[in-house]
Design a protein around this ligand. Structure first.
Ligand code: ADP
Ligand code: ASP
Ligand code: MG
Length: 416
């Protein structure tokens, strides 16, 4: 008998018919003799709708109340799945985040999971019940509801798997695995049978939303065996496996290693430029310290060389959802910084290429710049890490950039 966590994303939970088919899938695992905890997302589109209400109510909404609103989507689907399982003859009950509880930090809207009490859950599983757990939500020390950041149900699933000492964590979604890039953008993308934690972590952090970044970091730390697979399609690969396994580097042999593992894009960043910032020691700190205090994550940063006037322009990116708070924070800090104009642009996209092969091969960045240059795509900012190169471009070129880079790095599938 194995203990497994099955996680179903928004598309898999979108409507009663789909919830019934999820229940049938869960039932198969129960009948195979497994103890099963299921982590569910809200129905597709529901969280966006709830976020929209918060924004409409106030651009600078209280994040504690935002969590109350947006955590509701998962409460609904967890109850519905428990009902569907019972109707299929499978004993089941829901466990809301506060009932277990799933304890988190108090960083509302992007809380981190601390500990999960599994005592009650263990008893319920041992009694043959399926536990249905709403993803994305938890409980802050003061007793208020938190959410884990967009896509956070993946992290709930991995955290549950670690806490329950599950044998595996299966992430069911609307694609049949992790691809070399988003298969909805590049039909010639190839499915990866295995991908390392490290590369998946980097891919997720630069926009491959198939897994939330934190879920991969947690899986790596807790050594959770994560598999990504389709909840719609049961086809097995030629080798008899399904989906994509996230594994340690030692589990990938040299033959399977590629220079570039994948390409990701992210349209959720906003570019901010402060013009005529005085070119003096401490100037950069006067910009970024207030943003750090406001818990706004700054990603790419470019500082131009000083004008003859002794001032310089500073450009950086922040998550687009934080734009209103960023502008507000910078306006407040204006006297201390002393800039002229505050310009923002949300029509940008970050394109990243990721691969551990980069450690030992030169020329990855230059291929990227040349390929984009040949297509007339302008690079607005650049960042690199040991296994990643990212560029910021105009949003309109996103699909084109991903496609041409996919070809340039030899990632295209032979046939589609
Ligand atoms: P869920 O609701 O199941 O959590 P998500 O929409 O969060 O699903 O994630 C699945 C989506 O991730 C896919 O539909 C696909 O468009 C997108 N995606 C982006 N990059 C990749 C990639 N490299 N491989 C597979 N899917 C990807
Ligand atoms: N429903 C949440 C979201 O859309 C969490 C998740 O689906 O993972 O972000
Ligand atoms: Mg998701």
């Amino acid at each position: 008998m194995a203990r497994i966590v099955m996680k179903f994303g928004g598309t898999s939970m979108a409507g009663i018919e789909r919830i019934r088919s999820v229940a049938a899938r869960v039932k198969r695992e129960v009948e195979a003799g497994n103890q099963v905890a299921v982590v569910v997302s809200a129905m597709a589109g529901e969280t966006d709708r709830l976020v929209g209400f918060c924004r409409e109510a106030s651009a600078l909404y209280d994040r504690r109340e935002y969590d109350v609103v947006v955590s509701a989507g998962e409460q609904i689907t967890s109850g519905l799945l428990a009902i569907a399982l019972q109707a299929a003859g499978v004993p089941a009950r829901s466990w809301l985040g506060w009932q277990l509880p799933i304890s988190t930090s108090d960083a509302h809207a992007s809380a981190r999971i601390g500990t999960i009490d599994t005592a009650a859950l263990d008893a319920s599983l041992a009694a043959g019940e399926v536990a249905v757990i709403p993803g994305f939500q938890g409980l802050a020390p003061g007793g208020r509801v938190t959410t884990l950041g967009r896509g956070g149900s993946d992290t709930s699933a991995v955290a549950m798997a670690a806490a329950m000492k599950a044998d595996r964590c299966d992430i069911y979604t609307d694609v049949d695995g992790v691809y070399t890039t988003d298969p909805r953008i590049v039909p010639r993308a190839r499915k990866l049978g295995k991908v390392t934690y490290e590369e998946m972590l980097e891919l997720a952090s630069v926009g491959a939303k198939v897994l939330q970044t934190r879920s991969v970091g947690l899986a790596m730390k807790e050594k959770v065996r994560v598999r990504v697979l389709s909840s719609f399609d049961d086809t097995h690969d030629a080798d008899g496996h399904r989906g994509t396994l996230i594994v340690g580097e030692e589990e990938i042999d040299d033959m399977e290693r590629q220079l570039i593992t994948g390409i990701a894009h992210d349209k959720n960043e906003a570019k901010i430029t402060l013009t005529q910032v005085p070119d003096r020691p401490g100037a950069v700190a006067s910009i970024f310290a207030p943003l750090a205090d406001a818990e706004i994550n700054v990603d790419m940063i470019v500082q131009n060389i000083a004008h003859s006037t002794g001032s310089t322009d500073v450009t950086f990116t922040v998550p687009a959802v934080e734009l209103a708070r960023t502008l507000d924070t910078l306006e407040r800090a204006r006297p201390g910084i002393g800039f002229d104009k505050l310009i923002h642009d949300t029509r940008v996209a970050k394109i990243s290429v990721v691969g551990v092969g980069m450690r030992s091969h030169a020329g990855v960045a230059s291929t990227m710049f040349t390929t984009l240059g040949e297509r007339g795509i302008n690079v607005l900012a650049i960042t690199t890490s040991e296994i990643k190169v990212s560029v910021l471009i105009q949003e309109d070129y996103t699909e084109l950039a991903v496609r041409v880079l996919h070809t340039a790095y030899g990632l295209d599938a032979e046939e589609i």
